[in-house]
Design a binder for this molecule. Structure first.
Ligand SMILES: [Zn+2]
Length: 306
């Protein structure tokens, strides 16, 4: 897998191209990054304040929740939006006819999809499956998540990196950047996207997890969220927005998992969450219903100025 995508990567120290040697990625200046036994590569350099990356427990709970299919309706709409973005932007691109992302007839390659804040790679895998071709590059700051992402799909490469910082990706190589419940880095997204490339962003909508949010005493998604998303993508224009809503039927563990997956504002102390759980699940109650609601927005860079 790494051999197929290494051409898109840049050294996180000196920004030179990386090449794949046995067991490591290396740049011409001699910076070297080991390929872990699980197949991922850490391209994280320098120190980062602890506590911001997802723990092994959080990642495991999330993986179990997602693989149970609770968010399957979101996955199919996301795949559709990413693939449509790719097709539309390609047909509008002035140099579209002969461009590299298709890799020419010899490779039969499809889109290059960068998943910024990929978590376990679950959404990337869904998109790559739907695409039937193309490659994905998954980045997340949690090595626990990235370990799983490395096994999520045969056409997905997984890397530990910090989305807040410069991404270890070469200029203009991405056809689409996916950003699902993750931090956004507008200037970097702009740099790594090819001309006409798009960003597809998924955020929880204000009605997400109602009425659980109220019953558990969580803070709801703030109504200003969409404006903050747009601000974080300065230099991009929103070209499409969809609301994706569906029902959820959840047991106790699933409610805990979905709370852990939500905005940081939701993170309650363990005691408060236990109290809330006792209210939501009185004696004898096994399942609750809630509404899942997301905004899926597609953004395009407004000009090529960097
Ligand atoms: Zn280097």
């Amino acid at each position: 897998m790494l051999a197929d995508i290494v051409e898109h990567l840049a050294c996180p120290v000196c920004e030179q191209p990386l090449r794949l040697d046995p067991g490591a990625l290396r740049c011409p200046r001699g910076h070297s990054f080991d390929v872990a036994r699980q197949g991922y590569v850490s391209l994280l350099v320098g120190s980062r304040p602890p506590g911001t990356a997802d723990s092994a427990e959080m990642v495991a709970a999330r993986a179990a929740f997602l693989s149970a299919g609770h968010y399957a309706p979101l996955e199919s709409v996301l795949a559709e939006a990413v693939l449509a973005s790719h097709t539309e932007s390609f047909s509008q691109s002035p140099d579209g006819a002969g461009r590299r992302a298709y890799g020419g007839p010899d490779r039969g390659a499809g889109p290059v999809i960068v998943d910024a804040g990929a978590g376990t790679g679950h959404y990337s895998a869904a998109v790559l499956d739907a695409a039937g071709r193309g490659v994905g590059l998954a980045f997340d700051v949690s090595k626990h998540a990235v370990r799983r992402a490395a096994r999520a799909h045969p056409r997905l490469g997984a890397f530990v990196a910090d989305v807040w910082r410069r991404l270890p990706i070469r200029d203009g190589v991405a056809d689409v950047v996916m950003n699902v419940f993750a931090p956004r880095n507008g200037p970097e997204f702009r740099r790594i996207l090819r001309p006409g490339g798009r960003v597809v962003v998924v955020t929880p909508a204000p009605g997400h997890l109602s009425p659980l949010v109220e019953e558990l005493g969580l803070l709801s998604v703030d109504a200003d969220k969409d404006r903050r998303v747009a601000r974080s993508l300065d230099g991009f224009a929103e070209v499409e927005r969809r609301v994706v809503a569906f029902g959820l039927t959840l047991g106790k563990d699933e409610v805990r998992a979905v709370v852990g997956m939500g905005p940081s504002a939701w993170h309650l102390g363990a005691e408060e969450l236990d109290e809330g759980m006792a209210r939501v699940f009185p004696e004898g109650r096994e399942k609750v219903t809630a509404r899942a609601e997301f905004h899926l927005s597609t953004f395009e860079a407004t000009s090529n100025a960097r």
